[in-house]
Design a protein around this ligand. Structure first.
Ligand SMILES: [Fe+2]
Length: 385
């Protein structure tokens, strides 16, 4: 998160003595990224955050690749991914490369008997269905339909769901996920032409602090494996922290669309960036208002990036036969565009209610076995008249 946040109790000066009411010490932890060059947070713990008690087991969760070199356009039926009780079991990687994993998940249960920490990757969790609370060692965030939850690598978390009906679209990124640089000034403040501003980014305001000893299981993801580590103190034992590195939420409904007289290019929808992919939000908006405007997009060539669109809600103007929960994959190397009739249908329309999340990766994506299970194999012929 590119701006400062303070929650709970912290001493007036960093790296100085900070004592509990009984005279014993709180334990400071510098939680940093990119060596000591990236964003960091200083947190103060009831107990040492280093008390590993046991390392139980280690197992692979690496995606199984079905198609490593793909040039076929696909449609995937995201809602065909079966709901599963456990959050981690429910996460199905459908597309993958060395920079990111694109994951669908339909968890039924809150994470109860363990904590989770991804040491490899930032996680961007888009809430398509469901509501609840993201609980982390740096504070909690309530979430509901349309929220992006950005969980930086290393954050220990749990997800509490209000019901069993949850659908998540997750991008797991080995590169840090930031707001677009071109929307920030040299201090990091979001500029006037940004489609969202700091007020739209929700920071944790509630901190859970437990001073408990026992056996606390953290399932830690590292290099495509889960390692089960048992700690002797409760992972949520932070009394306070300050800094720049913490989880935050942003609702897609707070994205203010940029429109024009003629069709605007995808970058106007950009919401997040990394140096390996971008994330864009397509939200309800007025269509182009030139008297001869064609609101549907023109055919375009994905020569050097794969384009993944996750359809959330509304009627997607350029596609025929697309429903909520569908994913389209338009791979690098070939052009794609509106389906037959979509361009003609769009003329004269004044607005759209479409809601979608797009991920454009700069390296090609591999199609996994989980994706093939929900794939529509004939989609690549859907432009034939
Ligand atoms: Fe496209």
């Amino acid at each position: 998160m590119p701006f400062y946040h303070k929650l709970g109790e912290i001493p007036p000066k960093r790296h100085t003595q900070f004592k509990k009411p009984d005279g014993s010490f709180y334990y400071e932890q510098l939680f940093g990224t990119i060596g000591f060059d990236g964003m960091s947070t200083n947190s103060y713990h009831e107990q040492r955050p280093t008390q590993v008690k046991d390392i139980r087991k280690q197992y692979s969760i690496a995606p199984k690749v079905a198609k490593a070199n793909n040039i076929q356009s696909y449609r995937f039926h995201g809602f065909k991914v079966k709901p599963e009780q456990d959050y981690l079991d429910s996460r199905k990687i459908v597309l993958t490369n060395t920079d990111c994993n694109i994951i669908l998940a339909a968890p039924k249960e809150s994470t109860r008997d363990y904590f989770y920490k991804n040491t490899d990757a930032d996680e961007l969790i888009f809430i398509h269905k469901g509501s609840g609370k993201l609980r982390t060692h740096l504070g909690n965030l309530d979430f509901k339909y349309g929220d992006y939850l950005l969980v930086p690598r290393g954050i220990i978390y749990k997800l509490d769901f209000d019901t069993e009906d949850n659908r998540l679209f997750i991008v797991e990124s080995y590169r840090p996920i930031y707001t677009p640089k071109r929307y920030r000034n040299w201090f990091g403040q979001l500029l006037e032409h940004s489609p969202f501003c700091e007020r739209d980014l929700r920071q944790p305001q509630e901190l859970e602090t437990y001073n408990e000893s026992g056996d606390f299981l953290i399932k830690i993801k590292k290099q495509d494996e889960i390692i089960e580590m048992v700690y002797a103190s409760h992972p949520f034992d932070v009394i306070g922290y300050d800094g720049y590195n913490y989880p935050y939420a942003f609702s897609i409904h707070d994205f203010e669309p940029i429109t024009g007289r003629v069709h605007q290019p995808p970058p106007v929808h950009q919401t997040f960036e990394t140096d390996a992919f971008v994330v864009c939000s397509f939200v309800p908006r007025l269509y182009d208002y030139h008297p001869l405007a064609v609101p549907a997009p023109y055919n375009h060539s994905n020569i050097d990036s794969d384009e993944v669109l996750y359809y959330v809600d509304g009627d997607f103007m350029s596609r025929n036969d697309i429903e909520a929960g569908h994913i389209s994959l338009h791979p690098a190397g070939i052009p794609h565009g509106p389906h037959p009739g979509a361009m003609e249908r769009s003329i004269g329309k004044v607005k759209t209610d479409e809601l979608a999340v797009m991920v454009d990766t700069f390296k090609p994506l591999k199609v996994t076995e989980e994706a093939i299970k929900i794939a529509d194999d004939d989609y690549f012929k859907s432009w034939l008249e």
